[in-house]
Design a protein around this ligand. Structure first.
Ligand code: COA
Length: 134
């Protein structure tokens, strides 16, 4: 379980921390110029950080239409911290934060291999969604 992990809605983080976590999670190069701090401060409803001591162990971005809909994007947990309920707790904190902000629906989309995580562990219900690659 994640009892020793500290979760924070709109918790402090640095760009290098999230860029490193993101690169590991999605198996990409580290994007040094991705300014997460400015991005989420300017455009997001909120975000959730998970810290194991001083280490950033997880992160999720929560975006919104400014009304009743919110979406989670880029949920990431450090590889050596997975399967300790950090991902599900990040989603729970995102749900609480969006609800507290007045939202009524939290959306997500994902590939088939994550059905057990989102439907099974996090409690999302299936819905139709669409995508246009730009
Ligand atoms: C998906 C992710 C956030 C899950 O984080 P986590 O902290 O390991 O998740 P939890 O410990 O809360 O998982 C709870 C349950 O969900 C399911 N689950 C978790 N990760 C899963 C995965 N990658 N695939 C399928 N099911 C998964 C399991 O049933 C798990 O229970 P278990 O630990 O007893 O096996 C993490 O694997 C990750 O960062 N992946 C890379 C980035 C990514 O793909 N993000 C999603 C973008 S849509």
């Amino acid at each position: 379980m994640s009892a020793d992990i500290r979760f924070a809605w709109r918790g402090a983080f640095t760009n290098p921390e999230v860029n490193a976590l993101h690169a590991e999670a999605f198996d990409t190069a580290v994007f040094d110029d991705w300014d997460w701090e400015a991005q989420v401060q300017r455009h997001s409803l909120g975000w959730v950080t998970a810290r194991d001591g001083t280490e950033l162990a997880g992160f999720v971005n929560v975006i919104s239409d400014g009304s009743v809909h919110a979406w989670i994007q880029d949920i990431i947990v450090a590889a050596d911290h997975r399967h300790r309920a950090i991902g599900t707790t990040l989603v729970r904190c995102a749900t609480d934060g969006a609800r507290d902000a007045g939202c009524r629906f939290l959306h997500v989309d994902f590939d088939d291999d994550l059905r057990d995580f989102y439907f099974g562990a996090c409690g999302f219900t299936p819905t139709n969604a669409g995508l246009i690659e730009l």
